[in-house]
Design a protein around this ligand. Structure first.
Ligand code: CA
Length: 514
């Protein structure tokens, strides 16, 4: 970090970088002196880049010690390096990559950290105690909504140890090519969400009856889980006469399951029982210097404590694939990373787009000129430990350590797939601001800028913007995130939980709709 004048703040991320970003709220005007011989040639908005040296046409624009683009014309020292002046590099070829060439050596174990969680029969640990009502098809959603409202008002008060009742609604289940190879992704996603540790093995299913996704597809190996046939309510069942009888069936089944869930008690669990899903949304140029590095430090702490940690968002790591394959624990894992990137490249090519389709107007307003710069800032949330494996979309994570869970970067789809992977805590960094939240798992939100944290004081849980202004170190905020995660895992509510802000599940369905 470089700070020449207390009034004007800027950050050069790496010593080899030829650009820096402006820290000051509102940006800085033309003429501002950043250092000896370095005056702004024009006004530069907050988070946007200033050239630290003259950058001649065709030369690399370097941030994070990576060429994030090439100058389309000469840019003077002190000039604003804006999107219109930057040519985006092509995507890194997926051959000749470094394969497990520098996996990090294991860090010292971190012992003695615990939280209060709900231990399940399968060994997993919930951070919340929730009755989930899964659905096989969107047709039943209105009925499930109605039943959930009744259960919340009539039953939930009788079971004080249960936190909530959640209907797992989605738009999949019928009108789809259910046997297409890619249909396996949404189907296994729904099946594995039902197994999320926060549901205590008691998720029930509401089915219509005639839909393509029959309830057996949501069961493990097609078998009815413990609880027998009593886990499914089928609305077209002949025993149902009238709407009220359907609701009665759902409520009766919910009653039995709520009584079981109500027996759960929090107990002391090691931090190694955490399964933390990380992602970002509404990123800006600060994401990669404040919130994501601090989260990366926290990810290292979690891995040292024996926890499972996932990072995701394929288009936001694609440009750093060489960093990831080098960090893979072995060549097989590096190969798995490449396989997921190649699949996604092909998926995008079907619609004649590439990873550059990722960036939003808000990202650009926040100073990110392209997906390469965004990816370099996104990837640092993975910390420094070896990448132990890859979780394919919708699959369940069953091991400890740092994993790449292959998901789109879409906040809702990423969150849904990380739920399926078994996360019991979600961490979300944002620069532009988002009220994102999930009903099934607590979401801890981290602001990249103090201005956002100040304005959204009752939506952001942690302010990493203090790193940019020199008020806190990356390490200090990393520890703050780590401790906050243990507290939230033990029951402390996040702001999103306080306001009950719940985004809908969004399945990733790359398969055809009929
Ligand atoms: Ca995202």
């Amino acid at each position: 970090m470089t700070t020449q004048n207390p009034a004007s703040l800027f950050i050069q991320t790496h010593e080899h970088d030829n650009v820096a970003i402006i820290v000051n709220d509102g940006g800085l005007p033309a003429g501002t002196l950043l250092g000896p011989g370095l005056a702004l040639q024009e006004a530069v908005p907050q988070g946007h880049k200033v050239a630290l040296t003259e950058i001649s046409e065709g030369s690399a624009i370097v941030r994070y010690n990576v060429a994030i683009g090439y100058a389309l014309r000469d840019i003077p020292k002190g000039g604003w390096v804006q999107e219109a002046l930057v040519r985006m590099p092509g995507a890194r070829c997926l051959t000749s990559l470094p394969m497990a060439t520098r996996p990090a050596l294991p860090l010292d174990p971190l012992e003695g950290f615990t939280f209060l969680g709900y231990r399940n029969a399968d060994g997993s640990v919930g951070t919340r105690n929730i009755l989930a009502i899964s659905t096989t098809v969107q047709c039943v959603s209105g009925v499930v909504d109605h039943a959930v409202r009744r259960i919340k008002s009539e039953l939930l008060p009788l079971f004080p140890n249960v936190d909530d009742v959640v209907g797992l609604e989605h738009t999949y289940g019928c009108g789809v090519a259910i046997e297409a190879p890619d249909a396996a992704i949404p189907i296994r996603t729904l099946r594995n969400i039902g197994l999320n540790p926060n549901f205590g093995g008691q998720a029930m299913i509401v089915s219509l009856g005639c839909e393509k996704m029959q309830p057996e597809r949501l069961m493990v190996d097609g078998k009815v889980p413990s609880g027998g046939e009593a886990c499914v309510v089928c609305l077209q069942d002949e025993r149902h006469v009238g709407f009220e009888s359907m609701i009665d069936s759902i409520i009766k089944m919910a009653h039995i399951r709520l009584a079981i869930l109500n027996q759960r008690r929090r107990q002391t669990c090691p931090a190694s029982d955490l399964v933390v899903g990380m992602q970002c949304g509404g990123s800006d140029a600060f994401s990669g210097v404040t919130a994501n590095p601090a989260l990366g430090f926290a990810a290292d702490l979690l891995v040292r404590a024996g926890a499972a940690v996932m990072f995701s968002e394929t288009t936001e790591v694609r440009d750093g694939i060489d960093q990831l394959t080098a960090r893979a624990v072995n060549p097989e894992v590096a190969g798995d990373l490449i396989r997921e990137m190649a699949w996604y490249d092909e998926y995008l090519e079907r619609s004649h787009v590439d990873r550059s389709a990722n960036t939003t107007p808000g990202n650009k307003k926040g100073g990110l000129v392209n997906i390469v710069e965004k990816a370099m800032g996104s990837i640092v949330k993975s910390g420094s430990t070896a990448i132990c494996g890859v979780v394919r979309p919708g699959e369940k994570l069953t091991k400890k350590g740092l994993f790449y869970a292959a998901t789109p970067a879409s906040d809702f789809i990423c969150g849904t797939l990380q739920l399926a992977a078994g996360m019991n805590l979600h961490v979300f960094t944002t620069g532009r601001g988002t009220p994102y939240g999930l009903a099934a798992v607590p979401v801890l939100k981290i602001a990249t800028r103090s201005d956002l944290a100040r304005r959204w004081h009752d939506l952001m849980d942690i302010n990493a913007g203090r790193i940019a202004t020199g008020e806190a170190s990356i390490e200090a905020v990393g520890w703050e995130i780590f401790h906050a995660l243990l507290e939230v895992a033990s029951g402390r509510k996040t702001w999103a939980e306080h306001w009950k802000l719940h985004n809908a599940l969004a399945l990733f369905n790359p398969g055809p709709v009929t």
